[in-house]
Ligand binder design. Sequence first.
Ligand SMILES: NC(=O)c1ccc[n+]([C@@H]2O[C@H](COP(=O)([O-])OP(=O)(O)OC[C@H]3O[C@@H](n4cnc5c(N)ncnc54)[C@H](OP(=O)(O)O)[C@@H]3O)[C@@H](O)[C@H]2O)c1
Length: 299
Amino acid sequence: MRILLFGRNGQVGWELQRSLAPLGQLVALGSGRQDGLCGDFHDAEGIARTVRELRPDAIVNAAAYTAVDKAESEPERAEQVNAATPGVIAQVAHQIGAWLVHYSTDYVFDGNGTRPWREDDAAAPLGVYGRTKLAGEQRIVAANPRHLILRTSWVYGARGGNFPKTMLRLAREREQLSVIDDQVGAPTGADLLADVTAHALRDLAAGRGQPGIYHVAAAGETTWNGYARFVVGKAQQAGEIFKAGPDRILPVPSSAFPTPARRPHNSRLDTSRFRATFRLDLPPWEQGVARMLEELPQN
Ligand SMILES: NC(=O)c1ccc[n+]([C@@H]2O[C@H](COP(=O)([O-])OP(=O)(O)OC[C@H]3O[C@@H](n4cnc5c(N)ncnc54)[C@H](OP(=O)(O)O)[C@@H]3O)[C@@H](O)[C@H]2O)c1
C-alpha cells in the first residue's frame, strides 16, 4: 500500500510515521515544502497537486489547527486547515480511489450530561475549533465514501510538551497546584491512536470493517485534576521529590481559569462501535500515561 501522511511533526503524526511504516511505502510531509511536494494546508491547490502526483492508496491526515483558544481570533485560518483543505483532499482522494483517514474531536459536542457520546449524537460545538473540526468531518463524508474519521480526546505524546510534563514541573516548583476537576475525559496516547489507525486502515484496505466516523479514546475516565494527581503520584512512587505532592493538587472549577474558548465538561466518548468493528481493545488511560512517564528522562 502507498500511504501519504500529512502533519508528520504533530503528536499523532510523529507516532504515525512509526506505525504506518510496516504497511507499505510511506511519504510523510510536514507543514512546509519537501522535495517539490506541498504539505501546507493554507495552500489547498498545492496539497491537491501533491495528492494527484503521488496517487497514494491511502492518505492519513494528522495535520490540524489545534490551538483551541487562538482559533477564536483566527477563525478563517482554523477553517482553512481543519475544514477547507481536508475537504479538497477528500475530493481528490475520491477521484483517485484512495482511502482518507482523518482525526476529529470530542469538541464537536457541547459537553452536556454525563453519558459517553456516541457517534450519532447531535453535534453542537462550543467554539471555533470544534465548529471547524465538525465542518471538516462533514466535507470529508460528503466527498469521499472511503473515509475513516477518528474522533478522540485529550491527546498526549511523549515528544515535545504535554500536560503531564507541565504538571511534574509545576509540582516541583510550587507548594500547591490548582487543577480543574469539572471536565471529564480520557487521556489518550498519540502512540495508541497511531497503532489503532494502522490496524483499522489495514482492515479497510483488505475489505474488512466499515468506513465511517468512530470514537477512539483510552478506556476509563478522569478529570484534569485526577490526571495531574495520577502523574505526580506515579513519579513520587518512583522516587521523585515534589513540593506539591498529589494531596496538594487542589480541585477547582473551570471558571477559575477563564479562557477565550469554552471547553466541554463531558468529554467521555463511547468507543464500542470502533472496538466491535475493528476487533480491537482500548487499554485503560492509566496504562499509557504510566508508560509515557517511565520514558521521560530522569531529572
Ligand atoms: N491534542 C488533542 O488533545 C486532541 C484532542 C482531540 C482530537 N485531536 C485531533 O487529533 C489530530 C492530531 O492532533 P495532535 O494532537 O497530533 O496535534 P498537534 O500536535 O498540534 O499537531 C498538529 C500538526 O498540524 C500541523 N499543522 C498546523 N497547521 C498546518 C498547516 N497550515 N499546514 C500543514 N500542517 C499544519 C502542525 O505542523 P507544525 O508543527 O509545522 O505547525 C502539527 O504538526 C488533530 O486532527 C486534532 O484535531 C487532538
